[in-house]
Design a protein around this ligand. Sequence first.
Ligand SMILES: Cc1ncc(C[n+]2csc(CCOP(=O)(O)OP(=O)(O)O)c2C)c(N)n1
Length: 381
Amino acid sequence: MVDEREPASGDPHRRGRRTAEELLPADELVQLLDADGVRHEHPRYTAEVGDDALRELYRWMNVVRAVDRESIHLQRQGQLGVYASGLGQEAAQVGSASALADADWVFPSYRELGVGMVRGVDPVRLLHLNRGTWLADHDPHEHGFAPPSIPIGTQALHAVGFALGALFDGAPIVAVTYLGDGATSEGDTHEALTFAGVMGAPVVFFVQNNQYAISVPVEEQTAAPTLAHKGVGYGIPAVRVDGNDVLGTYAVTREAVDRARAGEGPTLIEAVTYRREAHTTSDDADRYRPREEVEAAEARDPILRMARYLRANDLLDDAAEREVQDAAARLAGEVRARLYDAPHGDPRELFSHVYVDPTGHFEEQAALLERELGERGQAPR
Ligand SMILES: Cc1ncc(C[n+]2csc(CCOP(=O)(O)OP(=O)(O)O)c2C)c(N)n1
């Protein structure tokens, strides 16, 4: 008897569908570099990275950390309104971003300064958003880096839509969306995962499980055994990786991106890491988590372990280390100087790219802004 629920064979929507057993993720984290900087073999994932590329991953993590630290200082000095630090998440961001092709597209949240920098986005342009002087100011097309989403989870839908567009065009482009653990509870994320699974979209959901959504710990975020297990319900293969291991995050992302490009559909990656700073500069994390927990995370530092590995393999010495640190500090200083000097954008642009046919409310708000600017002596257009 024909099961009428079965679509005709060859239905593109059923390509690459997997059984429950095939989808069940391993509980253990993929780890190619442990906290002591010792490299391990993995039966499935390898990071085929040459010596120069290893040093480059290390350099990027240091540069990202320096700009991140500078951004916190800038906020403390009143130069940024608010800033969401990625301290401790450098391996998750640099490793995954380094696995993408130039033609791929990233759909980030507000915490992805590191991913943006690896994509070649000038951090000053991203920090305009935090300074309130401009909207996301980079060219998304030049870098394959969409404007950061502040509403949680919305970027997952943008990524899936974009990926489906690429699929329909036959373009070998993969969309990668970056989400937090909290974002996995959002309706938008659910819809994005459902759609991606059903349609076999060339998309990677890169979840940085940094253990907290503001003050909500991941244990209270979900009753699922792990965030990766959620993939089973969407028919999406998932993998858990040590998010503080830059080689591990590179390897699992590389595989996911390659599979997506080969028409094998989406992947959910759970990169297990830790947010060592407060949620944002407006948050006081000491109110909801013990200091010892943060200190324990410091011992798993992604940069330290990479330094240990490089030194043990004669790829880094004191002089090279100093060079990396000096260059990172120099860049952070340049970011500060250029941010001070950057012109303020025209606030009217807030209204420029939203609706083709503006709604009544929208026009009222634009008029209100125009009046306010007039009162401040900023000539109307
Ligand atoms: C739709 C929506 N709801 C609530 C918020 C307020 N909010 C900002 S950040 C955040 C927590 C997000 O946590 P997570 O997804 O784990 O990402 P993380 O900030 O830890 O990187 C919330 C609830 C928001 N920005 N958007």
